[in-house]
Design a protein around this ligand. Sequence first.
Ligand code: AMP
Length: 433
Amino acid sequence: MKVLGIGADGRGHAYARMLAQSPLVTQIIWTPGNAGIGSEVVQKSGLPVWCFNVGVEDIDGLLALAEYERPDVTVVSPENSIIAGIADRFEARGFRIWAPNQKAARLEGSKAFAQKFMERYGIACPKGNFFTNPFIAFGYADALNWNCAVKADGPCYGKGVTVCRDEIKARWAICEALIKRKFGKAGDTIVIQELLEGNELSLHFLCDGKTTLCLQSSVDYKKESDHKDARNTGSMGAYSPDPSLSDEELASIASGIINPWTKGCESEGINFKGILFPGVMRTAEGPKVLEFGVRGGSPEMETHLVRLETDLMEIILATLEQRLDRLSLVWKPVVSVCVVMASPGYPGAYEPGKLITGLSIVEKMPNVKVFHMGTKRGDDGRVYTDGGRVLGVTAWADTLQNARVRAYDAVREITFEGGQYFRKDIGGPPLWD
Ligand code: AMP
Protein backbone atom coordinates (compact mmCIF):
# COMPACT_ATOMS: atom_id res chain seq x y z
CA MET A 1 0.00 0.00 0.00
CA LYS A 2 1.07 3.53 -0.68
CA VAL A 3 0.56 6.07 2.11
CA LEU A 4 0.44 9.85 1.93
CA GLY A 5 1.18 11.42 5.30
CA ILE A 6 0.50 15.01 6.26
CA GLY A 7 2.27 16.93 9.02
CA ALA A 8 5.62 18.17 10.28
CA ASP A 9 5.17 17.33 13.95
CA GLY A 10 6.25 14.65 16.43
CA ARG A 11 2.95 12.80 16.26
CA GLY A 12 3.33 12.71 12.47
CA HIS A 13 6.84 11.35 12.87
CA ALA A 14 5.51 8.63 15.18
CA TYR A 15 2.85 7.71 12.59
CA ALA A 16 5.48 7.66 9.83
CA ARG A 17 7.75 5.45 11.93
CA MET A 18 5.00 2.92 12.73
CA LEU A 19 3.72 2.85 9.15
CA ALA A 20 7.26 2.35 7.84
CA GLN A 21 7.36 -0.84 9.95
CA SER A 22 3.99 -2.13 8.75
CA PRO A 23 4.02 -5.29 6.63
CA LEU A 24 1.13 -3.78 4.64
CA VAL A 25 2.97 -0.62 3.57
CA THR A 26 5.36 -0.49 0.61
CA GLN A 27 5.70 3.23 -0.01
CA ILE A 28 5.31 6.38 2.07
CA ILE A 29 5.31 9.96 0.88
CA TRP A 30 4.93 12.80 3.36
CA THR A 31 4.36 16.52 3.33
CA PRO A 32 5.89 18.73 4.56
CA GLY A 33 7.62 16.26 6.90
CA ASN A 34 10.71 17.08 8.92
CA ALA A 35 14.27 15.80 9.28
CA GLY A 36 13.11 12.79 11.31
CA ILE A 37 10.26 11.77 9.01
CA GLY A 38 12.59 12.09 6.01
CA SER A 39 15.07 9.70 7.68
CA GLU A 40 12.60 6.82 8.01
CA VAL A 41 12.85 3.86 5.65
CA VAL A 42 9.92 1.62 4.66
CA GLN A 43 10.90 -1.83 5.91
CA LYS A 44 9.01 -3.86 3.35
CA SER A 45 10.49 -2.14 0.29
CA GLY A 46 13.65 -0.45 1.57
CA LEU A 47 12.37 2.85 0.12
CA PRO A 48 13.02 6.04 2.09
CA VAL A 49 10.08 8.20 3.13
CA TRP A 50 9.98 10.91 0.50
CA CYS A 51 9.05 14.42 1.70
CA PHE A 52 7.27 17.08 -0.39
CA ASN A 53 6.78 20.72 0.33
CA VAL A 54 3.02 21.29 0.47
CA GLY A 55 1.78 23.07 3.62
CA VAL A 56 -0.70 21.39 5.98
CA GLU A 57 -3.44 23.99 5.42
CA ASP A 58 -3.06 24.14 1.64
CA ILE A 59 -5.89 21.71 0.99
CA ASP A 60 -5.91 22.43 -2.79
CA GLY A 61 -2.17 21.69 -2.92
CA LEU A 62 -2.60 18.52 -0.85
CA LEU A 63 -5.39 17.33 -3.15
CA ALA A 64 -3.24 18.02 -6.21
CA LEU A 65 -0.45 15.97 -4.61
CA ALA A 66 -2.89 13.13 -3.90
CA GLU A 67 -4.25 13.26 -7.47
CA TYR A 68 -0.70 12.95 -8.78
CA GLU A 69 0.57 10.29 -6.33
CA ARG A 70 -2.67 8.28 -5.94
CA PRO A 71 -2.11 7.04 -2.34
CA ASP A 72 -4.17 4.09 -1.05
CA VAL A 73 -4.58 5.81 2.31
CA THR A 74 -3.88 9.35 3.56
CA VAL A 75 -2.90 9.82 7.19
CA VAL A 76 -3.32 13.25 8.77
CA SER A 77 -1.52 14.41 11.87
CA PRO A 78 -2.16 18.15 12.45
CA GLU A 79 -5.44 19.52 13.71
CA ASN A 80 -5.31 22.50 11.35
CA SER A 81 -5.63 20.24 8.27
CA ILE A 82 -8.54 18.46 9.94
CA ILE A 83 -10.26 21.68 10.99
CA ALA A 84 -9.73 23.07 7.47
CA GLY A 85 -11.88 20.16 6.19
CA ILE A 86 -9.30 17.94 4.53
CA ALA A 87 -11.33 14.76 5.10
CA ASP A 88 -14.41 16.03 3.25
CA ARG A 89 -12.36 17.29 0.31
CA PHE A 90 -10.35 14.06 -0.03
CA GLU A 91 -13.38 11.80 0.37
CA ALA A 92 -15.28 13.80 -2.25
CA ARG A 93 -12.50 12.89 -4.70
CA GLY A 94 -12.60 9.22 -3.69
CA PHE A 95 -9.47 9.12 -1.48
CA ARG A 96 -9.45 7.12 1.74
CA ILE A 97 -8.33 9.38 4.56
CA TRP A 98 -7.76 8.75 8.26
CA ALA A 99 -9.11 11.98 9.76
CA PRO A 100 -12.46 13.19 11.09
CA ASN A 101 -14.57 15.38 8.80
CA GLN A 102 -15.12 19.12 9.23
CA LYS A 103 -18.41 18.74 11.07
CA ALA A 104 -16.70 16.53 13.65
CA ALA A 105 -13.69 18.85 13.80
CA ARG A 106 -15.80 21.68 15.21
CA LEU A 107 -15.46 19.93 18.56
CA GLU A 108 -11.85 21.06 18.53
CA GLY A 109 -12.03 24.00 16.14
CA SER A 110 -14.48 25.94 18.30
CA LYS A 111 -14.39 25.75 22.08
CA ALA A 112 -17.73 27.61 22.14
CA PHE A 113 -19.31 24.89 19.97
CA ALA A 114 -17.74 22.20 22.17
CA GLN A 115 -19.02 23.85 25.38
CA LYS A 116 -22.57 24.04 24.05
CA PHE A 117 -22.36 20.50 22.63
CA MET A 118 -21.24 19.16 26.01
CA GLU A 119 -24.06 20.95 27.80
CA ARG A 120 -26.66 19.86 25.22
CA TYR A 121 -25.85 16.19 25.65
CA GLY A 122 -25.16 16.14 29.39
CA ILE A 123 -21.43 15.42 29.06
CA ALA A 124 -19.68 15.97 32.40
CA CYS A 125 -17.86 19.31 31.94
CA PRO A 126 -17.21 22.62 33.72
CA LYS A 127 -19.89 25.29 33.66
CA GLY A 128 -19.07 27.84 30.97
CA ASN A 129 -20.22 30.37 28.40
CA PHE A 130 -18.87 32.26 25.41
CA PHE A 131 -18.39 35.99 24.87
CA THR A 132 -17.38 38.56 22.30
CA ASN A 133 -17.89 41.58 24.58
CA PRO A 134 -15.19 42.05 27.22
CA PHE A 135 -17.47 43.86 29.68
CA ILE A 136 -20.03 41.06 29.69
CA ALA A 137 -17.12 38.62 30.02
CA PHE A 138 -15.86 40.54 33.11
CA GLY A 139 -19.29 40.12 34.68
CA TYR A 140 -19.30 36.35 34.10
CA ALA A 141 -15.77 35.95 35.45
CA ASP A 142 -16.73 38.04 38.48
CA ALA A 143 -19.71 35.74 39.12
CA LEU A 144 -17.21 32.84 39.17
CA ASN A 145 -15.21 34.75 41.79
CA TRP A 146 -12.54 35.26 39.09
CA ASN A 147 -11.60 31.58 39.39
CA CYS A 148 -11.90 30.68 35.76
CA ALA A 149 -10.23 29.44 32.60
CA VAL A 150 -10.28 32.00 29.77
CA LYS A 151 -10.02 30.30 26.37
CA ALA A 152 -9.72 31.55 22.83
CA ASP A 153 -12.50 29.93 20.82
CA GLY A 154 -10.29 28.86 17.90
CA PRO A 155 -7.18 26.67 17.80
CA CYS A 156 -4.00 28.19 19.32
CA TYR A 157 -1.67 25.17 19.59
CA GLY A 158 -2.21 24.75 23.33
CA LYS A 159 -1.47 28.40 24.06
CA GLY A 160 -4.96 29.91 24.00
CA VAL A 161 -5.95 29.07 27.59
CA THR A 162 -5.25 31.19 30.66
CA VAL A 163 -5.99 29.74 34.06
CA CYS A 164 -7.00 32.57 36.41
CA ARG A 165 -7.30 32.62 40.17
CA ASP A 166 -7.73 36.35 40.75
CA GLU A 167 -9.37 39.41 39.25
CA ILE A 168 -6.22 40.94 37.79
CA LYS A 169 -5.27 37.88 35.80
CA ALA A 170 -8.82 37.22 34.61
CA ARG A 171 -9.30 40.82 33.43
CA TRP A 172 -5.89 40.70 31.78
CA ALA A 173 -6.67 37.43 29.96
CA ILE A 174 -10.03 38.72 28.71
CA CYS A 175 -8.43 41.99 27.50
CA GLU A 176 -5.55 40.19 25.79
CA ALA A 177 -7.98 38.14 23.71
CA LEU A 178 -10.91 40.49 23.07
CA ILE A 179 -9.23 43.92 23.07
CA LYS A 180 -5.57 43.39 22.24
CA ARG A 181 -6.50 40.56 19.83
CA LYS A 182 -3.53 38.49 20.93
CA PHE A 183 -4.94 35.38 19.22
CA GLY A 184 -6.21 37.18 16.11
CA LYS A 185 -9.34 35.59 14.64
CA ALA A 186 -9.04 32.56 16.92
CA GLY A 187 -9.82 34.91 19.81
CA ASP A 188 -12.80 36.77 18.26
CA THR A 189 -14.86 34.82 20.76
CA ILE A 190 -13.69 33.53 24.11
CA VAL A 191 -15.05 30.82 26.36
CA ILE A 192 -14.94 31.29 30.11
CA GLN A 193 -15.24 28.17 32.23
CA GLU A 194 -15.39 27.70 35.95
CA LEU A 195 -12.00 26.59 37.25
CA LEU A 196 -11.88 22.92 38.12
CA GLU A 197 -9.45 21.55 40.66
CA GLY A 198 -7.93 18.11 40.32
CA ASN A 199 -5.36 16.30 38.31
CA GLU A 200 -5.57 15.64 34.62
CA LEU A 201 -5.72 12.51 32.59
CA SER A 202 -5.15 12.17 28.86
CA LEU A 203 -7.19 9.52 27.12
CA HIS A 204 -7.42 8.59 23.50
CA PHE A 205 -10.27 6.77 21.79
CA LEU A 206 -10.42 5.28 18.32
CA CYS A 207 -13.77 5.90 16.65
CA ASP A 208 -15.15 4.52 13.40
CA GLY A 209 -18.58 6.17 13.51
CA LYS A 210 -20.05 3.02 15.10
CA THR A 211 -17.61 1.77 17.72
CA THR A 212 -15.46 3.70 20.19
CA LEU A 213 -12.41 1.88 21.48
CA CYS A 214 -10.16 3.14 24.27
CA LEU A 215 -6.66 3.43 22.87
CA GLN A 216 -4.50 4.35 25.85
CA SER A 217 -4.09 6.61 28.84
CA SER A 218 -1.21 8.94 29.62
CA VAL A 219 -0.18 11.75 31.92
CA ASP A 220 1.06 14.88 30.23
CA TYR A 221 2.87 17.98 31.43
CA LYS A 222 1.29 21.01 29.80
CA LYS A 223 3.13 23.67 31.76
CA GLU A 224 6.58 24.99 30.95
CA SER A 225 7.71 24.21 34.53
CA ASP A 226 6.21 22.95 37.77
CA HIS A 227 5.73 26.52 39.06
CA LYS A 228 2.05 27.12 39.79
CA ASP A 229 1.92 30.21 37.54
CA ALA A 230 3.95 28.65 34.73
CA ARG A 231 2.66 29.20 31.21
CA ASN A 232 0.83 26.50 29.28
CA THR A 233 2.65 24.97 26.33
CA GLY A 234 1.69 22.41 23.71
CA SER A 235 3.05 19.96 26.38
CA MET A 236 6.58 19.40 27.65
CA GLY A 237 6.38 15.65 28.12
CA ALA A 238 4.25 12.64 28.96
CA TYR A 239 4.30 9.10 30.16
CA SER A 240 2.02 6.17 29.44
CA PRO A 241 0.05 4.38 30.73
CA ASP A 242 -1.40 6.35 33.64
CA PRO A 243 -1.07 3.82 36.49
CA SER A 244 -3.79 5.49 38.53
CA LEU A 245 -6.53 4.86 35.95
CA SER A 246 -8.78 2.14 37.33
CA ASP A 247 -11.50 0.14 35.60
CA GLU A 248 -14.08 1.96 37.75
CA GLU A 249 -12.81 5.34 36.62
CA LEU A 250 -12.77 4.22 33.00
CA ALA A 251 -16.36 3.06 33.43
CA SER A 252 -17.33 6.45 34.83
CA ILE A 253 -15.60 8.18 31.90
CA ALA A 254 -17.55 5.92 29.55
CA SER A 255 -20.89 6.68 31.20
CA GLY A 256 -20.32 10.38 31.94
CA ILE A 257 -18.39 11.39 28.83
CA ILE A 258 -18.09 8.86 25.99
CA ASN A 259 -21.67 7.52 25.91
CA PRO A 260 -23.33 10.95 25.90
CA TRP A 261 -20.72 12.13 23.38
CA THR A 262 -21.68 9.23 21.08
CA LYS A 263 -25.38 10.10 21.46
CA GLY A 264 -24.59 13.74 20.68
CA CYS A 265 -22.72 12.76 17.53
CA GLU A 266 -25.63 10.57 16.42
CA SER A 267 -28.17 13.35 17.04
CA GLU A 268 -26.12 15.93 15.15
CA GLY A 269 -25.19 13.66 12.24
CA ILE A 270 -21.50 13.71 13.14
CA ASN A 271 -19.85 10.65 11.64
CA PHE A 272 -16.62 10.62 13.63
CA LYS A 273 -13.82 8.54 12.11
CA GLY A 274 -10.44 8.96 13.71
CA ILE A 275 -9.08 9.70 17.15
CA LEU A 276 -11.02 11.45 19.90
CA PHE A 277 -8.83 12.95 22.59
CA PRO A 278 -10.77 14.33 25.53
CA GLY A 279 -8.72 16.25 28.08
CA VAL A 280 -10.14 15.02 31.39
CA MET A 281 -9.90 16.62 34.83
CA ARG A 282 -10.46 14.36 37.83
CA THR A 283 -12.60 16.42 40.17
CA ALA A 284 -14.24 15.63 43.50
CA GLU A 285 -17.48 15.13 41.51
CA GLY A 286 -15.85 12.69 39.10
CA PRO A 287 -14.14 13.06 35.72
CA LYS A 288 -15.06 16.09 33.59
CA VAL A 289 -13.96 17.09 30.07
CA LEU A 290 -12.05 20.35 29.64
CA GLU A 291 -11.75 20.14 25.88
CA PHE A 292 -11.90 17.74 22.96
CA GLY A 293 -9.11 17.05 20.50
CA VAL A 294 -10.07 15.43 17.20
CA ARG A 295 -6.60 13.89 16.76
CA GLY A 296 -4.00 12.38 19.02
CA GLY A 297 -2.16 14.54 21.52
CA SER A 298 1.54 15.10 21.17
CA PRO A 299 3.64 13.82 22.89
CA GLU A 300 0.97 11.45 24.27
CA MET A 301 0.63 9.72 20.92
CA GLU A 302 4.38 9.22 20.75
CA THR A 303 4.28 7.47 24.14
CA HIS A 304 1.39 5.25 23.02
CA LEU A 305 2.80 4.25 19.67
CA VAL A 306 6.14 2.99 20.97
CA ARG A 307 4.13 0.60 23.16
CA LEU A 308 1.86 -0.60 20.37
CA GLU A 309 2.32 -4.14 19.12
CA THR A 310 -0.63 -4.11 16.67
CA ASP A 311 0.17 -2.86 13.17
CA LEU A 312 -0.89 0.81 12.90
CA MET A 313 -2.07 0.29 9.31
CA GLU A 314 -4.40 -2.50 10.53
CA ILE A 315 -5.88 -0.01 13.00
CA ILE A 316 -6.30 2.66 10.33
CA LEU A 317 -8.00 0.22 7.94
CA ALA A 318 -10.28 -1.07 10.70
CA THR A 319 -11.32 2.52 11.42
CA LEU A 320 -11.98 3.36 7.79
CA GLU A 321 -13.90 0.11 7.22
CA GLN A 322 -15.95 0.42 10.43
CA ARG A 323 -14.69 -2.82 11.96
CA LEU A 324 -13.19 -1.54 15.19
CA ASP A 325 -15.66 -3.81 17.01
CA ARG A 326 -13.58 -6.75 15.74
CA LEU A 327 -10.16 -5.28 16.47
CA SER A 328 -8.25 -6.11 19.62
CA LEU A 329 -5.23 -4.01 20.38
CA VAL A 330 -2.03 -5.57 21.70
CA TRP A 331 0.34 -3.50 23.82
CA LYS A 332 3.92 -4.22 24.89
CA PRO A 333 4.14 -4.65 28.66
CA VAL A 334 6.28 -1.52 29.06
CA VAL A 335 6.01 2.03 30.36
CA SER A 336 7.05 4.84 28.03
CA VAL A 337 8.23 8.36 28.74
CA CYS A 338 8.65 11.26 26.34
CA VAL A 339 10.69 14.33 27.28
CA VAL A 340 10.19 17.31 24.99
CA MET A 341 13.29 19.34 24.15
CA ALA A 342 12.34 22.88 23.19
CA SER A 343 14.00 26.00 21.85
CA PRO A 344 14.90 28.47 24.63
CA GLY A 345 12.12 31.07 24.86
CA TYR A 346 9.29 28.63 24.01
CA PRO A 347 6.28 29.01 24.53
CA GLY A 348 7.17 32.64 23.79
CA ALA A 349 9.46 33.86 21.01
CA TYR A 350 12.40 31.65 20.04
CA GLU A 351 15.00 31.55 17.31
CA PRO A 352 14.92 28.62 14.88
CA GLY A 353 17.80 27.36 12.74
CA LYS A 354 20.10 26.09 15.53
CA LEU A 355 22.31 23.10 14.85
CA ILE A 356 21.35 19.93 16.78
CA THR A 357 24.13 17.55 17.82
CA GLY A 358 24.13 14.18 19.55
CA LEU A 359 21.31 12.54 17.57
CA SER A 360 23.62 9.88 16.13
CA ILE A 361 24.71 8.83 19.64
CA VAL A 362 21.10 8.50 20.79
CA GLU A 363 20.16 6.50 17.68
CA LYS A 364 22.35 3.67 18.98
CA MET A 365 20.73 3.59 22.44
CA PRO A 366 18.37 0.64 22.94
CA ASN A 367 14.68 1.31 23.55
CA VAL A 368 14.96 5.00 22.77
CA LYS A 369 13.43 6.81 19.81
CA VAL A 370 13.70 10.52 19.12
CA PHE A 371 10.60 11.86 17.38
CA HIS A 372 11.21 15.12 15.56
CA MET A 373 8.65 17.79 16.44
CA GLY A 374 10.21 20.83 14.79
CA THR A 375 13.36 20.13 12.78
CA LYS A 376 14.63 20.48 9.25
CA ARG A 377 17.60 19.14 7.37
CA GLY A 378 19.99 21.84 6.20
CA ASP A 379 21.70 21.94 2.81
CA ASP A 380 24.77 20.59 4.61
CA GLY A 381 22.82 17.43 5.54
CA ARG A 382 22.78 18.30 9.24
CA VAL A 383 19.68 18.66 11.43
CA TYR A 384 18.54 22.11 12.64
CA THR A 385 15.83 23.32 15.01
CA ASP A 386 12.70 24.53 13.25
CA GLY A 387 10.07 25.09 15.92
CA GLY A 388 9.36 25.80 19.57
CA ARG A 389 9.07 22.15 20.48
CA VAL A 390 11.94 20.47 18.67
CA LEU A 391 12.37 16.83 19.76
CA GLY A 392 10.31 14.28 21.67
CA VAL A 393 12.90 12.00 23.26
CA THR A 394 10.95 8.82 23.96
CA ALA A 395 12.14 5.77 25.88
CA TRP A 396 10.46 2.62 27.17
CA ALA A 397 11.31 0.06 29.87
CA ASP A 398 9.72 -2.31 32.36
CA THR A 399 9.10 0.47 34.92
CA LEU A 400 8.43 4.18 34.81
CA GLN A 401 11.64 4.93 36.66
CA ASN A 402 13.76 2.87 34.25
CA ALA A 403 12.07 4.50 31.27
CA ARG A 404 12.73 8.01 32.65
CA VAL A 405 16.37 7.24 33.36
CA ARG A 406 16.76 6.02 29.78
CA ALA A 407 14.95 9.05 28.32
CA TYR A 408 17.01 11.52 30.35
CA ASP A 409 20.26 9.69 29.51
CA ALA A 410 19.38 10.34 25.87
CA VAL A 411 18.34 13.95 26.50
CA ARG A 412 21.73 14.67 28.05
CA GLU A 413 23.49 13.58 24.87
CA ILE A 414 21.62 16.10 22.72
CA THR A 415 22.46 19.77 22.44
CA PHE A 416 21.15 22.66 20.39
CA GLU A 417 23.54 25.41 19.42
CA GLY A 418 22.75 28.22 21.88
CA GLY A 419 20.98 25.94 24.38
CA GLN A 420 17.89 23.83 24.85
CA TYR A 421 15.04 23.79 27.31
CA PHE A 422 13.32 20.75 28.84
CA ARG A 423 11.61 19.81 32.08
CA LYS A 424 13.56 17.53 34.36
CA ASP A 425 10.55 16.16 36.21
CA ILE A 426 8.65 14.21 33.56
CA GLY A 427 7.36 11.07 35.30
CA GLY A 428 8.75 11.92 38.76
CA PRO A 429 11.08 14.16 40.75
CA PRO A 430 14.09 15.60 38.90
CA LEU A 431 16.85 13.02 38.40
CA TRP A 432 19.54 15.67 38.87
CA ASP A 433 19.86 19.40 39.80
P1 AMP B 1 -7.46 22.99 27.19
O1 AMP B 1 -6.67 23.39 25.97
O2 AMP B 1 -8.85 23.50 27.22
O3 AMP B 1 -7.31 21.54 27.62
O4 AMP B 1 -6.68 23.73 28.37
C1 AMP B 1 -5.30 23.60 28.55
C2 AMP B 1 -5.04 23.38 30.01
O5 AMP B 1 -5.60 24.46 30.77
C3 AMP B 1 -5.68 22.13 30.59
O6 AMP B 1 -4.89 21.01 30.39
C4 AMP B 1 -5.78 22.50 32.04
O7 AMP B 1 -4.53 22.36 32.68
C5 AMP B 1 -6.11 23.97 31.99
N1 AMP B 1 -7.58 24.17 32.00
C6 AMP B 1 -8.39 24.33 30.94
N2 AMP B 1 -9.67 24.47 31.33
C7 AMP B 1 -9.67 24.41 32.67
C8 AMP B 1 -10.70 24.48 33.65
N3 AMP B 1 -11.98 24.71 33.34
N4 AMP B 1 -10.33 24.35 34.94
C9 AMP B 1 -9.05 24.15 35.29
N5 AMP B 1 -8.02 24.08 34.41
C10 AMP B 1 -8.33 24.20 33.11
